[in-house]
Design a protein. Sequence first.
Length: 222
Amino acid sequence: MDTRTGGELISLPGGEVTLSDRRTRRSWPVVLEPYLLGAVPVTQAWYAEVTGARPSTAQGDGLPVEGVSWLDAVRFCNAASEREGFTPVYRVDAEDAEWDNAADGYRLPAEAEWEFACRAGTTGARYGELDEIAWHRGNSGERVHEVGGKRPNAWGFRDMLGNVWEWCWDLYDAEVYGSYRVLRGGGWFDERWSCRASVRRRSHPTLRIDDVGFRVARSSTP
């Protein structure tokens, strides 16, 4: 795996996943079209190559980029798309963005796409033994680690749990939390409970946090 960029994408078929929210005790099924998702989170090397910026608190080319807001991630997706000749997905307006479903460029995964890829056909809290698949508070030394260092799931995705939380496209709960967006996966400073496939966290789209990064997706073209 090329951990210098974090730009390797894995193709996934359509499918169905059931999301759940512990706070509201709701669950809901989501049907997915085929898509592609990054094998690892976006690295600092790729982020710097595209944007010229190195916003992370801990520095290292192979480390996941962190300290980036949801809006930073959206803008990165558009810039990476233009750089590689794809059609940008987003039209950004202040603290919001519109998603052009017809565009073929990089984008943030929908929350359901993230969980479907994380589970890789499993139904439990995790796709493997936590210490083997994730950097968390109990084994990280309270610091972020290079991407790809832990065992992948059955579909080849690494760091879906632990290391850094990952921005998703979705609003968390617009009626209660307004523009707050979904975070998934748990991070290097989180207890074991937070590093599970179903755990949802939220943050404002402008906030930059040192244990929050992202991975990219693309819609499959006919």
